[in-house]
Write a protein that binds this ligand. Sequence first.
Ligand code: FES
Length: 243
Amino acid sequence: MPVVTVIVLVSFIAYSTWRAFENAYYYAEPLISPFYSPCLSTVCTPENAQFFWTPFGDWTIFGMTISPALFILIFPLGFRLTCYYYRKAYFRSFWQSPPACAVAEPHKTYTGETRIPLIFNNAHRWFFYAGLVFNVILTYDAILAFQNAEGAWGHLSIGTLVLVANATFLWLYSLSCHSCRHAMGGRLKHFSKHPVRYKAWTLISRLNGSHARFAWISLFGVALTDLYVREVAVGTISNFYFF
Ligand code: FES
């Protein structure tokens, strides 16, 4: 399992880094890639700058324009990296701290998550809140995908299904998060006095049992959604419309 984890995570990091630096083919009316949404840079075309808010200019580094994807990457990346499930996976696969239950680790001393860089894992709750904002934006993108290429509403294409599935799995991943479960039901002394929170906590607890599955499905989902939008934008495939 650790080997599979290493291969999948490294492949995802390599693909997403390449795509972020490619800085092209992230929009094909009405589809936008999740790696570039929200597009908050002045280099975004008017169609894909959905919020008409572009706080970042066409800044360059080493003569290259900074890709809009890089301005927002910290939030989804921080959310994934600090996720309790991924921590377990990469602590065993990469960090060797610990390599497995009851296996001595190669590090001289165990410092847990009290020092740089692992101390940043304590920010998971804040990345969770930021992730919710991104989920709302990607859901909005999925709703926009019910248009055709001319902007008329009431159409359904493969791209619509891809964006809807991507947003759904990201919501399931976020709602099954341990921080979400704690935010909903943690620190309560009497569930009986908070019936709504208790109900929500019960539902989230059920989802929480599948958190690892949602983590992997949503990871593949976001990469495949980006790939689909890219191939449509390049012209390799066309976005088939059912109606
Ligand atoms: Fe995995 Fe929060 S524990 S996203």
